[in-house]
Design a protein around this ligand. Sequence first.
Ligand code: GLU
Length: 310
Amino acid sequence: MPAGRYAPSPSGELHLGNLRTGMLAWLFARASGRDLLLRFEDLDLDRTVAGAETQQSEDLHAMGLTFDALDGAPLIRQSERMEIYAAAIARLQQDGLAYECFCSRREIREAARAPHAPTGTYPGTCRDLSEDQRVHRRAERPAALRLRAPRSAAGTAEQFSVEDIVLGRITTEVDDFVIQRNDGAPAYNLAVVVDDHLTGVDQVVRGDDLASSTPNQAYLRGLLYGWHAAAEVQYAHVPLVLNTEGQRLAKRDGAVTRAALQEQGIDAAALRDLLLVSLGLPAGPLAQALESFDPTALPADPWVFQPPGS
Ligand code: GLU
């Protein structure tokens, strides 16, 4: 069954921006007859907060969002899928598509890059280390693993594009991005690709702050699972919610979570309606809003929210 997914990180309470993205993931999936999977991205143990998963599930269900089971399981937890990620990483290594990187963040920031290389891309410092150099560096610091992205004969990176329902074509250079962190944990960009593919996800709806990593992810999906299947994936990077200063909404902005809004007299149904209206949809049950939902008519601008009582 083709599926969409909503993939929050259980690092605290969901705020209005997260809930709005979740609602959009539901609308996109249901409007196209897809299942919708709930996946908790809890690989980063330092950020995972006890109880957040339960609370996030309750918030989503309270607004009327429904999710589908996968092989009988009501949700997916990345921390339970370590062997699956390890197998994908091992396959890339066997195919010569991964290399050890010993750089610190600072070294990467300060390294010289090719002219016009996009900021944030890896400068390639460890790409061509000799085995002797690696042995030496291993003694100093544990290695992360990076994807050995394609390069032209002249050493330039390859461009890769995806079509996005909201943003149009997104093109970036394929970077030597991290696939395994230097603490041994699989990297976000790898886990997302592996999960999406192996759980039948062919529709990715998420905040537009993640749009720039999408060509890298789509490239990795093609490499691991075939270009044809990768090209079929539908992407929708949806606008964020901003505070009145134009910054991305955050919990410090006041009453922006379900619990805090409830205290201001806004219950789950009113919260659902607030979000629906912000999307130009009629207030009321989600099934009714679905009838008016047009994925191609989504507002492309962020929604500015002023928390009640602020
Ligand atoms: N876990 C990510 C977040 O909460 C979303 C990742 C994704 O949808 O691919 O921002």
